[in-house]
Design a binder for this molecule. Structure first.
Ligand code: PGA
Length: 258
């Protein structure tokens, strides 16, 4: 269970996306037999953010023909803003609809998303947890926040946390401002899956790109495992692959092939 994450380093931007797509498709392939035996779906958590967009373009351009896999693919939301109408373009589910789900013809019956406008947030969280308790996550694709968050599990989040409504930290508000043309457009509350379920994923792929992530990646790999830095939870998980570009590997990284 406690095997160290595998670190894969891409020399440049193009190689980062190709590598991510190859590793992702390999993970889907590995889940296929298990899902087929149960005649069930392959449940995949996907992130938003700028980092995964190249992966999504690569999947659409070069892997869309794998209908055997996409027909079993079932998207599970990692997180999403709370209190928005279903057609709000800022919803992460709508963002992913535009950038990957619709281009790959993933039907709405193969998507488990948050109801952002749910009248009872606690009932909404309980609904998500019940689904995850039953089926679990096959593959979690994750991004790394500059504050070390995973999804919206901000610093201080317990490793056994369940799905919940959170207030975005100042760091996350600032990071999200880049997506929507300013901080005034960023909702202040969001739903996030808890680390409790994320940590049970059968396989996990963490995408880390850019020199602005070098410090947090280094800390994630070397700081004590602690809720103060939620991404250190990945060092307690099975089958974790970290894909980083050269810029994200700090000069201080002594052993890139961990
Ligand atoms: P980014 O976001 O890909 O836009 O850097 C990552 C994250 O906050 O999880």
């Amino acid at each position: 269970m406690d095997t160290a994450p595998t670190l894969k380093i891409a020399p440049n931007n193009a190689a980062f996306h190709t590598l991510a797509a190859d590793i992702f498709m390999g993970a889907l392939d590995r889940m296929q037999d298990r899902a087929a035996a149960k005649n069930g779906p392959i449940r995949v958590v996907l992130p938003t953010g700028s980092t995964p967009l190249g992966l999504y373009r690569e999947l659409i351009a070069h892997h869309a023909h794998r209908r055997d896999l996409w027909d079993r693919f079932h998207y599970v939301a990692l997180d999403d803003y709370a209190g928005l109408a279903p057609d709000d373009r800022r919803l992460f589910s709508n963002w992913l609809d535009r950038d990957i789900l619709k281009p790959l013809s993933i039907p709405s019956s193969h998507r488990t998303i948050f109801n952002s406008a749910a009248p009872s947030p606690s009932a909404e969280c309980a609904r998500m947890d019940a689904l995850l308790d039953e089926s679990g996550i096959d593959i979690a694709v994750l991004g790394l926040g500059t504050n070390g968050h995973i999804g919206f599990n901000e610093p201080g989040s317990a490793f056994d946390a369940q799905t919940r409504l959170i207030h975005l930290s100042a760091d996350s508000l600032a990071a999200n401002a880049a997506y929507w043309g300013g901080i005034d457009h960023v909702p202040h509350t969001a739903y996030t899956l808890g680390l409790g379920h994320i940590m049970q994923a059968r396989e996990t792929i963490l995408l880390v790109q850019g020199s602005h992530k070098a410090d947090i990646l280094h800390r994630m790999l070397h700081d004590p495992i602690s809720t103060a830095l939620p991404a250190t939870a990945l060092r307690r998980m099975r089958n974790v692959t970290i894909i980083a570009d050269q810029a994200a590997i700090s000069a201080a990284e002594p052993s890139p092939q961990t």
